[in-house]
Ligand binder design. Structure first.
Ligand code: COA
Ligand code: AMP
Length: 640
């Protein structure tokens, strides 16, 4: 089919308000909007002001009311526990209604925050939807974060309730969540009134009398009482959730998602970008702790009446590199969405994809990749072994849905490997130089989006309008700064190449090297340090720390390096994958004292590099090259 992309993008450009008003008809509203976009509200304007709706109603109730209660809403596939469960929309409704009534009994009301710190179990999705049902604002915290990160989030969003589980299950170990939760609450200044704990047989948690309740006991009691908790009408501009993401300091940013615009944008994307019809089986192999999981494991598919797959496992090791093929075949998956790192991991274990032969993948129509740049090599391999279109698309926690991609629902455009393809309606993507001037086609620069951002994108950071303004809107007036660097070619295709800040992308996980540096520097023997992201064949990037020790330190450097690794793991969590640390005599700096992280990264990655003209001590780069060489990283001499 010829793509209607150009006409649709043009229609949006001509009249953005009419475009989104039309898209909004896919949502069930209790009260329609007074105005589609009010530029006078919020930090840069607000969408669907005056409208009332409820996200849980649109995700579940309306499908049940339309007679589709028996359709499977959720397939829970957990190779780590040997479980497969099918939840219909009607069963989801029963669980969510009961849980919502438990929330109310525990004193949670409209506007209160609920933190959800859970593994990939159906009850985590119920916990999100139950909050939305009664107008509470949820904040899901990824299970791979340590207690300290959880404590920061508790203090920032001050939840009345925390919903958690006794444990998560990683390939090689059981992660007891409750000790982490207890430690986080001890550390935090704010204390939740209650914790609701989902007990799993692999590791049961001790409950603290008065504060902690058993999830299953409470929900079963509420089901018997059958109070039928109704959906609370919410303003379209009310927050649905807060999702913390790495910023450039140790203080994470609480990205706020609104109620109405979020649904409009996700429904538009499900139909016109992903090209999925109600009933199609959509599998997003990510985690509900990330934005990809929020938008395309939970909200997008349920809003659109799809069957979503919740997979508690890994691409390899649960049990092998054929796991993805088994899930696709067993559940008739129509579309798979994951990060390129998952395919790199599978390819390493099974380079010829021989394990595909054991499975019937005829249901699969398309693979979507995001979370990090899809390197052309991986994309090529995925196309060859799956024999379906492979679509790279680019977005971020802040936007909540794709900024650029190849819109399958509008008819695919020609693919260019290495490019995220074209901007989607709603996004006026431009490339500016550091002075804010547009650059010519093909020139690398700052990728920015003209304001206003479309529905679904963040209106602000939680309790931090000024941080949002100063971090995202001030550097390039009238534009939102994505903090990505890239270029647009002569055909209008977007290439996203790197970050312009200290964020690195580790296995599709967004991490701040600045926050790792803060932790390294807190070790008593460390005088100063630098953390950079270096190339990794599977994870894309991994962090590497360079430490300069205090002058009087006489301890073994290997001991200090081990302690620093443990410190980062304990403070940020295993997800940081911080395993490479080396002590060096001095950090390479410019004469004005700026650490030359970019040059260090090039040396580590074995790329050509030039001796910076402003370096204060050129010899130090040789030492860094030698240390990296000893640790098995590539090394070259300067280009001139
Ligand atoms: N709870 C507790 N620990 C967790 C966790 C969770 N939810 N998720 C990850 N971890 C731990 C892992 O066990 C690992 O610990 P280790 O250092 O003891 O081995 C560490 O955090 C790093 O995890 P990860 O980066 O996922 O590495 P991995 O080696 O376990 O797996 C991949 C690598 C590529 C297989 C994996 O990252 C993956 O499947 N990625 C798929 C894409 C994805 O989820 N992207 C997210 C955004 S789209
Ligand atoms: P997150 O907020 O965790 O989703 O991370 C968003 C960041 O990941 C973006 O700002 C990019 O740096 C990177 N990213 C996500 N998807 C892509 C992609 N398709 N191509 C290049 N970079 C990407």
């Amino acid at each position: 089919m010829a793509s209607s992309y150009a006409a649709v993008y043009e229609a949006w450009k001509q009249d953005p308000q009419a475009f989104w008003a039309e898209a909004a008809t896919a949502v069930d509203w209790f009260t329609p909007a007074d105005t589609t976009f009010d530029a006078a509200e919020g930090v840069y304007g607000r969408w669907f002001v005056g409208a009332q709706t409820n996200t849980c109603y649109n995700c579940i109730d309306r499908h049940v009311l339309a007679g589709r209660g028996d359709q499977v809403a959720l397939i829970y596939d957990s190779p780590v526990t040997g479980t497969v469960e099918h939840w219909t929309y009607a069963q989801m409704l029963a669980e969510v209604q009961a849980l919502a009534s438990v929330y109310l009994e525990l004193g949670v009301t409209r506007g209160d925050r609920v933190i959800i710190y859970m593994p990939m179990v159906p009850q985590a999705i119920a916990a999100m939807l139950a909050a939305s049902r009664i107008g509470a604002v949820h904040s899901v915290v990824f299970g791979g974060f340590a207690a300290n990160e959880l404590a920061t989030r508790i203090d920032d969003c001050t939840p009345r309730l925390i919903v958690s589980a006794s444990c998560g299950i990683e390939t090689a170990r059981i992660v007891a969540y409750k000790p982490l939760l207890d430690a986080a609450i001890d550390m935090a200044h704010h204390k939740p009134d209650h914790c609701l704990v989902f007990q799993r047989p692999q590791c049961r948690a001790d409950l603290q009398a008065g504060r902690d309740m058993d999830y299953r006991d409470e929900v079963e009691r509420a089901m018997v009482a059958d109070v039928g908790t109704p959906c609370v009408p919410m303003e379209a501009t009310d927050p649905l959730y807060i999702l913390y993401t790495s910023g450039t300091t140790g203080q994470p940013k609480g990205v706020v998602r609104d109620t109405g615009g979020h649904m409009v944008a996700l429904l538009w994307s499900m139909q016109h970008f992903y090209g999925l019809k109600p009933g199609d089986v959509f599998w997003t192999a990510s985690d509900i702790g990330w934005v990809v999981g929020h938008s395309y494991i939970v909200y997008g598919p349920l809003l659109n009446g799809n069957t979503t797959v919740l997979y508690e496992g890994k691409p390899i090791g649960t049990p092998d590199a054929g796991a993805f093929w088994r899930v696709i075949a067993q559940h008739g998956v129509t579309a798979l969405f994951t990060a390129p790192t998952a395919f790199r991991a599978i390819r390493k274990e099974d380079p010829q994809a021989g394990l595909i032969e054991d499975h019937d993948l005829s249901s699969l129509r398309v693979l979507f990749l995001a979370g990090e740049r899809a390197d052309p090599d991986t994309l090529d391999w995925a196309e060859t072994v799956l024999k379906v279109p492979v679509i790279d698309h680019w977005w971020q926690t802040e936007t909540g849905w794709p900024i650029a991609g190849n819109p399958r629902g509008l008819g695919l455009l020609a693919v260019k490997h290495g490019s995220a393809t074209v901007p989607l309606p709603g996004y006026d993507v431009r490339i500016l130089d550091d002075g804010g001037h547009p650059v010519t086609a093909g020139t690398l620069g700052n990728v920015v989006i003209g304001l206003p951002l479309p529905p679904g994108c963040l209106p602000t950071f939680w309790n931090a309008d000024n941080r949002f303004r100063s971090g995202c809107l001030e550097e390039f007036p009238d534009h939102y700064k994505t903090a990505d660097a890239g270029y647009i070619d002569d055909d209008g295709y977007i290439f996203i190449m790197a970050r312009t800040d200290d964020i690195i992308n580790v296995a599709g996980h967004r991490l701040s090297t600045g926050s790792m540096e803060e932790i390294c520097a807190s070790h008593p023997d460390v005088a100063e340090c630098a953390v950079i992201g270096i190339k990794d064949a599977i994870k894309g990037q991994v962090p590497a720390g360079f430490l300069v020790l205090n002058a009087n330190v006489s301890r073994e450097t290997a001991d200090i390096e081990r302690e620093v690794v443990a410190l980062v793991r304990n403070r940020i969590g295993p997800v940081a994958a911080f395993k490479t640390v080396m002590c060096i005599k001095r950090l390479p700096k410019t004469r004005s004292g700026k650490i030359l992280r970019g040059t260090m990264q090039k040396i580590a990655d074995g790329l050509d590099w030039k001796m910076p003209a402003t370096i204060d001590d050129p010899l130090i780069l040789d030492e860094i090259g030698a240390v990296l060489h000893d640790r098995g990283f590539a090394r070259r001499t300067p280009g001139n």
